[in-house]
Design a protein around this ligand. Structure first.
Ligand SMILES: Cc1ncc(COP(=O)(O)O)c(C=O)c1O
Length: 420
């Protein structure tokens, strides 16, 4: 504060000409407001305002009074209704209450937080595990804390918003490269000044198109340049890799990855985020990582459900195999129906159907909902290259018959809307 000046008495510096009306802070949202109003004026149901009135199972819910098959929940392993998971949550509510009301570094570390971190260490066979209140905060916290002023973050341009926000929160130089382009990544790393700290940030599965990263090659390139590697395995944990550790495990490079970020909000079936690592100094993060320190810890019932779920996922190979079958069948069936898909082959439990534009996408989304099928409608800026997508995420609890039913729904809706 400058000496002798009472901040409250200082004149406001106006952006607009002196004396003019201050700009409405909401004017920057006008384009989004107009797009939304135009869409709703066409009479379609609001694709971003759906209410699950009752949830019957990991794959079924009542939406707008209709019995609906869920194909857009990222509940890959169907753990949300697992009886052991639910029982663990109820017992924790009874024994520890509804919330911790505190930060992990004050009164917010209960026995359950230690247990879920132990389960994560075992799941990944790694030395350290740190649980955050969401996966978003895990990326925000780890990325902004480990890459500071003078350091460089080299990341895929299609990275999740939480990765970009982690970069924005920190003070490192941020260098994006073209999606999954190994040569471009190599070039960017080669231009970083000698002696600077380098962090490469990648995802196992990119959630918009459901494609995977060539981690084997990318991790090798990162190591050649002496960079640390962080991989966000949000959409692969529990499903991809022999033990469900993700794409880094499936491609045999997990030991060369310095930090794995994950979430409890997908295969684990609850909410929360984490980072696992073998870095010998990793535990200091608990004192220096602001999105870990300055927020309340997860409720005891949540960490108890997560812990039980993670331990069950260690033995989930049959479910993993069935989920692959579902993914392959849906991908093949949609392609045979004539839809344009995000990947040539199924690479994950996400199958993205590319729509010609937002209007057709919203119409198709609504037609599917009326058929009794829920998928995610995704549009820019979340999607790459301005695409409108119908994102389907399969669950290990979808039966083979359900997948056939889903294909029938896509066929009828696609013909009605004129997409196939
Ligand atoms: C790649 C990726 N990372 C992180 C997150 C954030 O996870 P959470 O829902 O736990 O905040 C998501 C969620 O959509 C994601 O897709």
């Amino acid at each position: 504060m400058s000496e002798g000046v009472n901040q409250a008495d200082r004149p406001l510096v106006r952006d607009a000409a002196e004396g003019g009306a201050p700009r409405d802070l909401f004017s920057k949202f006008d384009e989004v407001i107009n797009t939304r109003e135009t869409l709703l004026a066409s009479g379609v149901e609001d694709p971003f305002g759906l209410v699950m009135e009752r949830v019957l199972s990991p794959t079924r819910a009542v939406c707008n009074g209709r019995d609906t098959i869920l194909l857009g929940t990222y509940n890959y392993m169907g753990m949300t209704f697992d009886p052991d998971v639910i029982e663990a949550g109820k017992a924790a509510l009874d024994n520890y209450g509804s919330g911790t009301t505190g930060s992990r570094v004050l009164n917010g570390t209960y026995q359950g937080h230690k247990e879920v971190e132990a389960a994560l260490r075992e799941f990944y066979a790694m030395d350290h595990a740190m649980v955050f209140s969401t996966g978003y905060q895990a990326n925000l916290g780890i990325i902004s804390t480990i890459a500071g002023k003078g350091d460089y973050i080299v990341l895929d341009i299609d990275s999740h918003a939480s990765i970009w926000d982690g970069c924005a929160l920190g003070n490192a130089e941020v260098v994006p490269f073209k999606h999954n382009d190994i040569v471009a990544m190599d070039k960017r790393l080669g231009r970083i000044p000698e002696g600077a700290g380098k962090l490469v940030v990648l995802e196992g599965v990119y959630s918009m198109l459901g494609d995977i990263a060539p981690l084997k090659e990318m991790v090798a390139v990162a190591k050649k340049h002496g960079a640390m590697v962080l991989v966000d395995e949000a959409h692969s944990m529990g499903f991809i890799g022999e033990h469900g550790r993700g794409v880094a495990e499936a491609q045999g490079v997990i030991d060369d990855v310095d930090f794995i970020i994950g979430t409890f909000s997908k295969s684990v079936g609850t909410v929360g985020g984490f980072c696992v690592s073998n870095h010998p100094k990793f535990e200091i993060m608990r004192l220096v990582c602001r999105p870990y320190v300055f927020t309340a810890s997860l409720p005891p019932s949540v960490v108890a459900t997560a812990c039980t779920s993670i331990r069950k996922l260690m033995h989930g190979s049959n479910k993993r195999a069935h989920l692959w079958e579902n993914s392959k069948r849906l991908h093949q069936g949609l392609r045979e129906l004539g839809f344009t898909l995000g990947t040539d082959e199924p690479q994950s439990a996400i199958v993205a159907v590319i729509m010609p534009d937002l209007e057709h996408g919203a119409a198709m989304w609504e037609a599917l909902l009326k058929e009794g099928l829920y998928v995610n409608l995704a549009r820019p800026p979340a999607t790459p290259a301005g695409m409108t997508l119908l994102r389907c995420s399969l669950c290990a609890e979808h039966s083979a018959e359900e997948v056939e039913t889903i294909l029938g729904m896509f066929e009828r809706a696609g013909k009605a809307v004129g997409i196939i």
